[in-house]
Write a protein that binds this ligand. Structure first.
Ligand SMILES: *Cc1c(COP(=O)(O)O)cnc(C)c1O
Length: 379
């Protein structure tokens, strides 16, 4: 039996190991320290914003970003249905109600036309929309030009979920720099990792300060532990920030490595009628975090689940695209502007091994297996 090939394994080596050991030997263990400060400066500078607040996860960054925008009970947050549950979970923590917006078919990202429809409907019923949370799906940015124009017209702040898109750009500006604030994730499967971690990014000094305050147990600046707000313990550890700094120095190489695999899938599936590499148009601006294909079974004669099964027999991991939030039992009954696009992407999509740590031998094995499947099915 050959070794298992995962969709997106952490890509860490000697550089990361040395960085973590150096941080440990420096004595800055508990838990903040100079690597956290430097990591915040380096990510903020890479993205082109004034402030970064390093946190224990992307989910924590979403939670505190929402709280700092005044999101809470009795308000509505308009967000993408095509996403990972963390986005909606953070809305739920605040007590606000999520309102789901369906996707553009070519990207899976929030459709600005549907966002407008949602905001018109909510305004007509006199409800308070406290934030819009669009999600950059699989490393391709949202149409921020369209989304931010609608948001400005309705005067609703945008917290951008850029958990998957660090390194991507829209209109020459970096993912993580849009809206009142953005969040990125450094979870183990993301484009770069701190093992677990995230960051809130913003040009708004007051917002950054408030997030920092909430993340450190909301301590008032006095010696005797005075508290006037409920706080959280959400800061990133110095050891993990050191790991993140090493990863950031390799980010462009890791993106290039993922792009080589994307190009390989384009060559494999290009000649196959009824299969498209998802979001391939304009993907020179993406960080190409994960590569998925979208399969029209009526044309191919095979379903994505059949390819998934064939790959699994050789211990190669693949998965459907995110199951839309409005289909999740936990969010049953939530309102939204739902057109069926995200449901269609969910039923037709398949995400393939995309990680930057894939060896040449693993890439060859995936390609050979896909080729074998396509040959069998076209015979
Ligand atoms: C990974 C992810 C998150 C959460 O980040 P964590 O660091 O794992 O908490 C949020 N939103 C999206 C879209 C994600 O993919």
């Amino acid at each position: 039996m050959s070794e298992r090939i995962h969709m997106s394994s952490p890509d860490v080596g000697e550089l990361e190991e040395a960085a973590v050991v150096a941080a440990m030997r420096s004595g800055w263990i508990a838990p903040l320290g100079p690597d956290v400060d430097a990591f915040e400066r380096e990510i903020a500078s890479r993205v082109g914003v004034a402030h970064g607040v390093a946190l224990s996860s992307g989910t924590a960054a979403l939670h505190l970003g929402l709280l700092s925008l005044g999101v809470g009970p009795g308000t509505v947050v308009v967000t993408s249905t095509m996403t990972f549950a963390a986005t909606t979970n953070a809305v739920m923590y605040t007590g606000a109600e999520p309102y789901f917006v369906d996707a553009d078919v070519t990207t899976g990202n929030m459709d600005p036309v549907l966002l407008r429809r949602a905001l018109e409907r909510l305004r007509a019923s006199g409800e308070t929309v406290s934030a819009i949370v669009p999600v950059d799906l699989l490393g391709k940015t949202v149409d921020y030009t369209g989304i931010l124009a609608v948001a400005a017209e309705f005067e609703v702040p945008v917290l951008a979920d850029a958990a998957e898109s660090l390194g991507a750009t829209h209109d020459g500006r970096a993912a993580g720099s849009f809206g009142r604030a953005s969040i990125v994730s450094f979870n183990g499967n993301k484009i770069m990792t701190t093992s677990g971690g995230g960051m809130l990014l913003t040009d708004d000094a007051e917002l950054a300060q408030h997030v920092r305050y909430l993340a450190t147990q909301a301590r008032q600046p006095v010696v005797h532990y005075e508290h006037t707000d409920v706080g959280y313990n959400y800061r990133l550890s110095n050891l993990l920030a050191a790991l993140g700094r090493a990863q950031l120095s390799r980010l462009d190489d890791m993106i290039a490595s993922r792009r080589r695999m994307r190009d390989r899938y384009k060559a494999l599936f290009g000649p196959v009628e009824g299969v498209e590499v998802f979001g391939a148009a304009g993907d020179e601006h993406d960080n190409v975090w994960l590569t998925s294909i979208v399969v029209d079974e009526a044309v191919t004669g095979w379903a994505p689940s059949e390819l998934a099964g064939f790959l699994a027999q050789d211990d190669i991991e693949s998965r459907p695209l995110w199951k839309p939030m409005h289909l999740q039992p936990v969010f049953a009954g939530a309102r939204g502007e739902i057109t069926g696009t995200s449901e269609q992407l969910f039923s037709r999509g398949l995400t393939l091994p995309s990680g930057s740590a894939l060896t040449e031998a693993q890439r060859d094995r995936v390609a050979a297996r896909v080729t074998e499947f396509l040959r069998e099915r076209s015979a």
